[in-house]
Write a protein that binds this ligand. Sequence first.
Ligand code: MTE
Ligand code: HPA
Ligand code: MOS
Length: 754
Amino acid sequence: MISNIDTYSHVRGESIYLDDIPLQVGTLFAKVFDSTVAHAHIKHLDISKAKNYPGVRAVIIHSDITGENQIGGIIPDEPLLAENMVDFIGMPIAIVVAENEHIAKKALKLIEIEYEPLPIIVDPREAHRQGKYLSTPRHFNLGDTEIAWSNCAHIFEGKAESGGQEHLYIETQGAYAVPGENGFIKVYSSTQGPTAVQKTVSRVLGKPMHQVEVDTTRLGGGFGGKEDQASTWGAMCAVAAHITKSPVKYSLDRMEDMRMTGKRHPYSSDYKIGLDKDLNIIAYEAQYYQNGGAAADLSPAILERTLFHATNTYNIPNVKTSAYPCKTNLPPNTAFRGFGGPQGMFVIETAIVQAAEALGIEPHVIQHKNLLKTGDEFPYGQKVVSEAIECWTEAETQFNFQEKIKSIEAFNNKNQLIKKGYAIMPICFGISFTKTMLNQARSLVHVYTDGSVLITTGAVEMGQGVNTKMVQVAAKTLGIDESFVKINSTNTFRIANTSPTAASATADLNGKAVEIACNKIKERLLISAAEDLGVSESDIAFVKNEIYINGEKSKLSWKDLIFSTYAKRVSLSEHAHYTPPDIHFDTNTEKGHPFAYHVFGTSIFEITLDCIRGRYTVDSAQVIHDAGQTMNEKIDLGQCEGALVQGMGWMTMEELIYDKEGRLRSNALSTYKVPDIYSVPKDLDIRFLKTEKTNLAILQSKAVGEPPLMYGIGAYFAIRNAIKAFNPKALVPFDAPATHEKILLALYGKYGEI
Ligand code: MTE
Ligand code: HPA
Ligand code: MOS
């Protein structure tokens, strides 16, 4: 197993990110003038002073746009630059282009604007009451909950709130647009979706897509935040470059990025859960109010994934769920690792915990009882191929769960002011874009005459290690050392019509395309080798840069074979296309088989709570994760660790606060707390479930990017468990994140007084 191929240059600070691209002479710098009110008519806008400021080359407003002033991907409801209305604080109104950033910043202050305020909505339930939606609400149904309620021994209802989350990619959003000859433009973009940027630039400039090249080397993190929202800055730089006929760069500073870009959607949800006398969950209803912000962005797709994951990893025969994409005056919220799944899963876990507390049993009894089995049916019609019970059982045994509970009980009996809490969080996450169309990818593979191999795919490297995996796939398929393979930047002129790097499916989709291309080249090489060696193709194997005949090394090396094949005028290049078989979904019936497969896992959290201060430490997070036959254990482990801690951050400390005016109060790292090294569980023990089962994953190595984020939900319930150990009567609303302030109030029964 190789290390991440970027390790060497990362450690030496030599990896190239957007800001490391050398700028051409004459490059100009953009800055955005954005709205300071959340909802208003623009009564008056005067850019003349800014335009005349020395060093300013252009001040661009909506009417300067040569194509369409529109960047909405799913629904065309989002102007690049405000026309006569603003819909959120941070909405771009004008672009100042100047000789340097300093001048651009000064000129921003010279723009004069007057607003006529309109009513502001920040609460999704208020938007719902007013019928303000971004797209059509969705409803998934299985069985008949009405009949099921009458068969329930226990029914519980409640409300759950989960907050938003700032992506906090270390590299902020940005782009660099360089105009070329005859209207051509090249955009370097920090994006998960080079094709999305290409499309948006083409639309905004009114040019065909073949005039727009987008190139992405790597991102300093995306986490969903650059799936759709990188297009904005790409389009702005392109418009500015087009108008000024100069290269234009814009990379946002942290506060601009936090203010102007969307985040994980906050959700407010209602639920009703029904169990029979044996604790089988037989009915579940939920309504999700998604805080979508002012434009649709990816909200409709995120909303859908909430419904796909509404029942997490439990078999529930009667389900009725509804999701409402509520339009509010916040920046348009967007993709964030898990893509609506975590929000749905938090609600079912809440319902189970509420039921358990009311029944005086431990939540894990209900969780375990209802785990999915192979052959069960998800509410959307797909049949389950489950690893849920295997993961749970392995977690219980490998981490001595029963003993852990006993020792926690003993600890809590001995200690009054320090309490321990625990929770189990099992997960199930569907792998594939929920929009079936997006499940396709392509690769381009060249073998050069010296035997070195160059591959390009549609995958974007953003720290998740996909480039390393692509190199591994090519090397393995061709029987050569990884050092023979180089992966190129992601570029819309080499690979067209790419799906964004998202949905955790990138390695699967692009990896399979690499595998297909390499296999096609290998087929030709086999014929050539058989000719050269005078043996039959079936006797030949490619192993470690050498050609073997029936297990014996031949006189021919990989390099010899490549040159000899070239000399025969046989192609050493291939472009391949892959799409996973058998996936489909019908949005009329809301039934189908949307996912290539599911990823399962079980985490166990233990925390210690200081009940005087409301502070806690996470003692351990122990996980059995269904990785299939991981192709790179180090990378996959890193993904699990990072995602778990990111999920904990969402559930416990990252608190996005918007005031009634729609202004983000937690708008910098001084007021928005993300996990640091001290927040990481003291014992973070992630082990892979190893099975020989086949699946649709590349080299049987299951997708790993998003699923482990949802383990973090366990931290929330472990904290709650400790609060209840201290004060069993404490009223603790299900209101994530469980910040220290909320914990302290809850410990002393004052939560409702916030
Ligand atoms: N890991 C790092 N280091 N940086 C990231 O930005 N994004 C996550 C995940 N892991 C991310 C990451 C998200 S949101 C997704 S969808 C997947 O990576 C995408 O990559 P994959 O499809 O190759 O797993
Ligand atoms: N996941 C992530 N990103 C997406 C999806 C999805 O299912 N669909 C469209 N973009
Ligand atoms: Mo990930 S939220 O699908 O980019």
